[in-house]
Design a binder for this molecule. Structure first.
Ligand code: SF4
Ligand code: SF4
Length: 87
């Protein structure tokens, strides 16, 4: 199988309904791709969200997930993805 190297393929998912808006993840993201939403969640907090226009800059460093006291951030990173076999 042919494998392609794509070192920066990473993204985060934030469970916004469980986020309490403490902003710790925002403070540690080196790419500044996390901000606050313009709405409140079911708990009455303004949750953290990924800024859509900057999402592609995520490096998958996991700093946000490690810092989150409520473990509501998941980081996905794929350093090696299969490509189509040569025909
Ligand atoms: S994984 Fe790193 S770069 Fe991506 S959002 Fe979290 S802190 Fe920012
Ligand atoms: S650190 Fe966690 S709880 Fe705090 S704002 Fe970020 S996602 Fe929400």
């Amino acid at each position: 199988m042919v494998v392609a190297q794509r070192p920066n393929l990473a993204y985060v998912i934030i469970d916004t309904e469980r986020c309490k808006g403490c902003r710790l993840c925002i403070s540690v993201c080196p790419k500044k791709i996390i901000g606050l939403a313009s709405h409140i969640n079911q708990m009455g907090y303004t949750p953290a969200v990924v800024i859509e226009e900057k999402a592609h800059e995520c490096t998958g460093c996991t700093a946000c997930a490690i810092m989150c006291p409520d473990t509501v951030i998941s980081v996905y990173r794929c350093d090696r993805v299969p490509s189509k076999p040569a025909s």
